[in-house]
Structure formats: structure tokens, C-alpha cells
Design a protein around this ligand. Structure first.
Ligand SMILES: C[S@@+](CC[C@H](N)C(=O)[O-])C[C@H]1O[C@@H](n2cnc3c(N)ncnc32)[C@H](O)[C@@H]1O
Length: 249
């Protein structure tokens, strides 16, 4: 979702009927305004590719919105690598009870995120410019979300230090998640994570349901222990196969 384009953005399709199952009627206007912003400013500012516009609802907004079904009421949520706001801004729109912190290192993207937050009058969002580790040791969240940010083993090192003792990492992933979990076993063990749960997202609700992985602490009392493998720069040996899969997701 990050290719710069000089093409004229294609027209945004109308919100599909399934949007009513994901967003309550009093939030539909907000998600429509955000969709229009992504389809215009988002494209001209190089935050999403023009080819994403015709499938903005099905591939992006609806499955990010459907992720809300996995988030407990009134939880604090950090969304790492928010990009143009997926899934963080969509969750803030779908669920005004949540408190969202969007963590994104690139200035162009945080500028856009803050503009959308201001324009839509979202009072439940804070935008933080920085890599995920900017808040390590400073804040913990009930849920740490992400989509298309990194292979699971690296995502663990970025996300778990932000997860509260009774919280969880919840990442949108494609079907490659099963292999990613196997490749991340050493990091899962080093952190003391519980067995990852692979959960369907949006089944019976949206046209393109997807998968999420939810990972909690095995022992909440050990949640403050950050293992050596979990340095801010990530595990020493990056896994090539996982990296390639993540780029495709
Ligand atoms: C492929 S984009 C995905 C953006 C968005 N989540 C989406 O699904 O459209 C990956 C994002 O992760 C951000 N990113 C890269 N390294 C990061 C890190 N260490 N911590 C937080 N975000 C990071 C990038 O700047 C980029 O915006």
C-alpha cells in the first residue's frame, strides 16, 4: 500500500452493503470520509497505490474493520506500522470505545494520519512517530495490532515488549501464518508466549474474510522479561523465506 503514483486516482466505488455489518450506522459517514481521503489524497501523496482504490473496501477497510471483533471492549491498542492507517484508523472509527496509539516511523505517513484524525474529529487516537521500539519500556497496551509490517518472528520482537501482562499481539496475516509460526518458534519460546491462535476474521460478514494470529503471554507474571533475542533491532538472523512471504502479504 505504499507505491507513489502520478496517475489520476480511479473513482472510489460505493460502500458495499457488507460495510453495514462492520461499521455501526453512526460510524458509516466517518469510514466513508476516510475511504474518500485514501482514494484521493492517499493516492496523490503516494500512501496507497491507485490500483488499490477499486478494492479499497473489500481488501482493506472491511477486513481491517472486521478485526475489531477480536478486540476487548474499551481496550488500549497500539497499532504498529500503521502506514496510511490500516488497521489502526479503521479500528478507531469502527470502535470509539478503543484507545488507539498509531506508531509509524515515516513523517509523510504520520502527517497524513494526524490530518485524518483532526479532520474526522477522532478523539480516541494518538499518533506517535517512531519505530515500535520507541515505546518499549515506556508503555504497555491491552492489544498490539499490525498488518503487513514484518514476518512474525520480527513482529514478536517489536510487539511483545508493548503487550500488557494480560494483553495480546493481534496481527492480520494471510494463510502463510501457519509457516510463520513454525519459523518463529525460537522467538515464541524466548519470550514465553502462549501457543499462537490462528483466528478467522470477518467470516460470514465480509466478502474477503482473512486470518489473524493472536499471541498472549504464557505466564503474565513473566511479561516484563525481555529476552536477549528481543533486542530493538530484532533477532540476529533474519529468515529470508519469512521476509519474502511478509512482503507479499
Ligand atoms: C507495508 S507497510 C503496511 C502499512 C499498513 N499497516 C497497511 O497494512 O497498509 C509497513 C509499515 O511499517 C512501517 N514500519 C517499518 N518498520 C517499522 C518499525 N520498526 N516499527 C513500526 N513501524 C515500522 C513502515 O514505515 C510502513 O508504514
Amino acid at each position: 500500500m505504499n507505491d507513489v503514483s502520478r496517475e489520476t486516482p480511479p473513482a472510489l466505488p460505493e460502500a458495499p452493503a457488507s460495510a453495514r455489518g462492520v461499521f455501526s450506522s453512526d460510524r458509516l459517514t466517518l469510514i466513508q470520509r476516510y475511504a474518500e481521503s485514501l482514494a484521493t489524497d492517499g493516492v496523490t501523496r503516494g500512501l496507497i497505490g491507485p490500483r488499490e482504490v477499486p478494492r479499497l473496501w473489500e481488501r482493506h477497510l472491511l477486513n481491517c474493520g472486521a478485526l475489531a471483533e477480536l478486540l476487548p471492549q474499551e481496550s488500549s491498542v497500539a497499532d504498529i506500522g500503521s502506514g496510511a492507517g490500516l488497521p489502526g484508523l479503521v479500528l478507531a472509527i469502527a470502535r470509539p470505545d478503543l484507545r488507539l496509539t498509531l506508531i509509524e516511523p515515516l513523517l509523510r505517513r504520520t502527517t497524513y494520519l494526524q490530518e485524518v484524525v483532526d479532520e474526522l474529529g477522532l478523539t480516541n487516537v494518538v499518533v506517535v512517530r517512531g519505530k515500535a521500539d520507541v515505546l518499549h519500556g515506556k508503555e504497555r497496551f491491552d492489544v498490539v495490532t499490525s498488518r503487513a509490517v514484518a514476518p512474525l518472528e520480527r513482529l514478536l520482537t517489536w510487539s511483545m515488549p508493548l503487550v500488557a501482562p494480560t494483553g495480546a499481539l493481534v496481527a492480520l496475516k494471510g494463510s502463510a501464518i501457519v509457516d510463520e509460526i513454525e519459523e518463529a518458534r525460537p522467538v515464541l519460546r524466548a519470550f514465553g508466549c502462549a501457543e499462537p491462535e490462528v483466528l478467522p476474521v470477518g467470516e460470514g460478514l465480509i466478502p474477503e474474510p482473512t486470518l489473524a494470529v493472536r499471541i498472549a503471554w504464557a505466564d503474565p507474571a513473566r511479561a516484563r522479561v525481555v529476552p536477549r533475542v528481543a533486542s530493538a533491532s530484532g533477532p540476529r538472523k533474519a529468515n529470508g523465506a519469512a521476509k519474502r512471504r511478509s512482503r507479499r502479504s
